[in-house]
Write a protein that binds this ligand. Structure first.
Ligand code: S3P
Length: 429
């Protein structure tokens, strides 16, 4: 278990980041969606994190051939996906496991999806039940809810499904199944969750469209899709750690270059703006989605905030946002966020335990929490194997020295996180 100590910043900083980790959600989808074409997909700036490399390796086990030159990747799909000779390891990635469950449910053969001890304790029935209802054969521990998941792929029926949870992972799993179903399918969620799947598949020629009545209509594939040709933008949820850093350190600023500006992904920046930070967005291009730069600068003490809407749009950033809340001059409130309990850790518990260790008072609710702004003090924080907990408290270390235990998990999504952090402060093992 590797520990790292982050020292408080001595001077303010002005950080220009053109090497924020490439987007994790888009990278996973590149590995999987390239299997739906009959020609090689070309992907630049693929995230070389453990989670997305696990998805790429699964694509290879299913018969794809992969040429890699750093983050530039060419994926040539097989003419027919093959039954792998071994289990498929998704690592720590809920996205990997849930989306592959949808994709493999429609492919003839036997597949076993597993993952690390954290992923093996996360709920899978949220995808397995709607998939079983359309004919998928999926089993697992605890009545089919926990991985390893054993999937026997085969014919799938079309569906009309309104999801009780706003989740891009459930939506994407069902869309991947719908592409292989017998007839047109429909999917609905209350708040549109991140929509990379719809954008990328439509760009590849699939008939996936959001209708005016809020239902997403998915036609089964009649022929292989066009290959992907994409440069993966930077991940706004990774960039957000350095956005919070700029918002809490007097006179600091951060520019995050070439990041996706997809509205379903930048809500946390809007909240930080509401708390008082200066933020500007400059769109530069549109490749499957809007891409550009985000500039964040310190603008005095932050104000407290209530976060209760559009939760699915900022679920990954709430741990880092909580560090900003702990520096605000009042009490912030997070509501309607019970999904936090089933992420890489129970993030309500792990965030509040960490904040309390730093001397910040909090109140826990079943679906959220309150953070009473105060002074962050030095502490030792255990990440509980959750990359976003480790990185959030590393940012808190800019205010008051912080020892973070169990930092290996950061490699799942942001392998160069500490390389960037050392540009603004001192770090020791
Ligand atoms: C993701 C969707 C989100 C997010 C996760 C990545 C995706 O999960 O928390 O980090 O790539 O689809 P849910 O859709 O389950 O909320």
């Amino acid at each position: 278990m590797k520990s790292i100590t982050v020292s408080a910043v001595k001077n303010t900083f002005s950080l220009e980041c053109s090497d924020i980790a490439p987007d994790k959600s888009i990278s996973h989808r590149c590995a999987m969606f390239s299997l739906l074409s009959d020609r090689p997909s070309k992907i630049k700036n693929f995230l070389l994190g453990e989670d997305t490399l696990a998805s790429l390796s699964i694509a290879e086990q299913l018969g794809a051939s992969v040429k890699r030159d750093g983050g530039n990747i060419e994926i040539t799909p097989p003419s027919k996906l093959t039954e792998p000779s071994n289990i498929l390891d998704c690592g720590n990635a809920g996205t990997g496991m849930r989306l592959y469950a949808g994709l493999l449910s429609g492919i003839e053969g036997s597949f076993v999806l597993t993952g690390d001890k954290y992923l093996r304790s996360r709920p899978m029935n949220r995808v397995a039940i709607p998939l079983r209802n359309i004919g998928a054969k999926i089993d697992g521990r605890e009545n089919g809810n926990l991985a390893p998941l054993a999937i026997r792929g085969g014919d799938l029926k079309s569906f009309k499904y309104a999801s009780p949870i706003d989740s891009a992972q459930i939506k994407s799993a069902l869309i991947l199944a719908a592409l292989q179903a017998d007839e047109t399918s429909y999917y609905k969620e209350e708040l549109l969750s991140r929509d990379h799947t719809e954008r990328m598949l439509s760009g590849m020629g699939a008939n996936v469209s959001l209708q005016e009545d809020g239902w997403i209509k998915i036609n089964p594939l009649k022929e292989p899709l066009k290959p992907l040709n994409i440069t993966v933008p930077a991940d706004p949820s990774s960039g957000f750690f350095f956005a919070v850093a700029a918002a809490i350190i007097p006179n600091a600023s951060t520019v995050i270059k070439n990041v996706t500006l997809n509205p379903t992904r930048i809500e946390a920046y809007k909240i930080l703006e509401k708390m008082g930070a200066n933020i500007t967005y400059v769109q530069k291009e549109n490749i499957y989605e809007p891409i550009g730069d985000i500039e964040i600068s310190y603008n005095g003490t932050l104000s407290p905030v209530t976060v209760e809407n559009n939760i699915a749009w900022l679920i990954d950033e709430l741990p880092a946002l909580s560090i900003a809340m702990s520096m605000a001059n009042g009490t912030s409130l997070v509501k309607n966020a019970k999904e936090l309990r089933v992420k890489e850790s129970d993030r309500i518990t792990t965030v509040l335990t960490g904040l309390n260790a730093c001397g910040i008072k909090t109140v826990e609710h079943e679906d959220g929490y309150e953070v009473i702004g105060g002074k962050i003090s030095s502490a030792t924080i255990n990440s509980h194997g959750d990359h976003r907990i480790a990185m959030s408290f590393a940012i808190a270390g800019l205010v008051s020295e912080m020892k973070i235990e169990d930092t290996e998990c950061i490699d799942t999504s942001f392998p160069n996180f500490f390389d960037i952090l050392t540009q603004i402060t001192h770090i020791k093992d």
